[in-house]
Design a protein around this ligand. Structure first.
Ligand SMILES: [Zn+2]
Length: 452
């Protein structure tokens, strides 16, 4: 049986399709909205939240005042009884109005289309874990401020037991508006599970490692970006000065608040570091996750600018293990380049991008001495779309990042004994694999005031 959620998604797809391929006339529209559905509008954010808790629907449109949801008629009475303040807007959704709404959407952003919302991410992770119970397990590693789950999907042979295998973590969406950064780790998890039985390389990686997929570190921010303001970046902390949000990627403890360039003490700033290290439940969840298990490498996806960054971010000095970090980054960039010919620059975060303090990557490397990277996904600049990647590009961006992700897992497996760099024998660390692909760093000037 098709679930409510799936029905909603299918219909959302149809209605979106009908909008984009809209032809004059009511007939086409009438065909796109089935009789047993209504479009309802909710003005109030609290009501929207309750609705989403009751029914895992996605918003279909947001016109700046109301958010509209497609819902089966049979639930309308149930909804009325729930006391939710909503309006039935089906009649208003004439093609003319949809067109007007759409033009407003260019700045407002209410559609998440093929991108995964919080609900859709949770659904996808649950589906994967239940389809592949012998290879995966879904954990809730913490809750966001607004009580959404932060999920980690473990992929491994014997996922139920604690294994002495190298752990490699892929994270996404510290920053709400970087929607593509949810998709890449999610698709990586899906790829590993779906190809385990048919691809011998995937099988050997999954057999020999514990791969952790944490695609949505900032679920509250993502939902806010979908429903209210597309370019929202931080979490949804209500700050004492009346502003909202802490930059989760400035809230980790390593070199937290080192200076006021790499993060800001001002709550309204886009790079506000929070009141204290790990003041936010989202970063605390990541800290607890890392503290309770042994991990060997980590990669945190962001967008945009096509870069692979390694520590340090807080200082322009090189990290002790920079030769290794740089070699791994170069190899990954080379593998990425081979897929679509897209150049990802590599470099020390502080010199290639800008100084940051309290970010995930400095913390993971600085605290656990494991190779840790930030990958800034496409596009390369604002002119190419900035944070607004086309839905059509999701898969190709994932595919070009896939070999690099597999390579990092492979490296962790081959260097398991030595992969915790702080252990004795630092000098013994060698890249087992010869570096084949070297992409030269190409320094580009980053205008001030842009945060990724
Ligand atoms: Zn980011």
């Amino acid at each position: 049986m098709v679930s409510r959620k799936e029905t909603g998604r299918i219909l959302k797809f149809i209605i979106v399709l009908s909008i984009f391929f809209w032809l004059p006339g009511m007939l086409f529209y009438a065909a796109a909205v089935p009789e047993d559905f209504e479009v309802i509008g909710l003005e109030n954010r609290e009501n929207q939240k309750i609705l989403l808790q009751l029914y895992p629907l996605d918003p279909i449109l947001n016109d700046g005042q109301k958010t509209y949801f497609l819902i089966e008629k049979k639930y309308i009475n149930e909804l009325r009884d729930s006391g939710l303040n909503f309006t039935v807007e089906t009649a208003r959704f004439a093609p003319f109005l949809i067109r007007q709404t759409l033009s407003g959407l260019k700045t407002q952003g209410g559609l998440n289309g093929a991108y995964h919302s919080y609900q859709e991410t949770a659904q996808e992770l649950k589906k994967l874990a239940s389809t592949y119970p012998s290879l995966s397990r879904l954990l809730i590693i913490g809750k966001s401020l607004e009580q959404r789950n932060i999920y980690a999907l473990k992929i491994s042979r014997n996922p139920g037991s604690d294994e002495e295998k190298p752990g490699v973590v892929f994270l996404g969406c510290h920053h709400a508006r970087e929607w593509i950064s949810v998709e890449v780790p999610l698709l990586l998890g899906k790829y590993l599970l779906e190809n385990y039985s048919s691809d011998s390389r995937v099988k050997s990686l999954v057999d020999s490692a514990m791969i952790w997929i944490i695609p949505l570190v900032n679920p509250d921010g993502l939902e806010y970006s979908i429903l209210n303001y597309r370019l929202w970046r931080k979490n949804r902390r209500y700050n004492p000065d009346g502003s909202y949000g802490v930059d989760l990627n400035r809230n980790y403890s390593y070199a937290w608040g080192y200076d006021d360039y790499g993060s800001s003490p001002t709550p309204s700033s886009a790079v506000f570091r929070g009141a204290a290290p790990f003041s936010e439940p989202e970063t605390e969840a990541i800290r607890n996750f890392f503290s309770s298990r042994r991990l060997s490498a980590a990669l945190s996806y962001h967008s945009y600018s096509q870069m692979i960054l390694y520590p340090w971010g807080y200082t322009d000095q090189p990290a002790e293990d920079e030769p290794l970090l740089a070699a791994l980054a170069s190899e990954m960039a080379g593998l990425i380049y081979q897929v679509n010919g897209r150049l990802y620059q590599t470099g020390r975060a502080s010199s290639l991008l800008y100084v940051t303090n309290g970010d995930f990557t400095d913390w993971a490397y600085g605290t656990f001495r494991i190779p840790a990277f930030t990958v800034e996904l496409p596009p390369v600049d604002l002119l190419e779309g900035g944070f607004l990647n086309s839905e059509d590009d999701i898969n190709s961006i994932f595919l070009e990042n896939l070999p690099a992700a597999l390579y990092l897992i492979e490296w962790a497996i081959n260097n398991h004994q030595n992969s915790s760099i702080s252990k004795e024998g630092k000098e013994k660390i060698r890249l087992e694999k010869k570096i084949k692909n070297v992409v030269k760093d190409k320094m580009g000037a980053i205008p001030p005031g842009r945060e990724f």
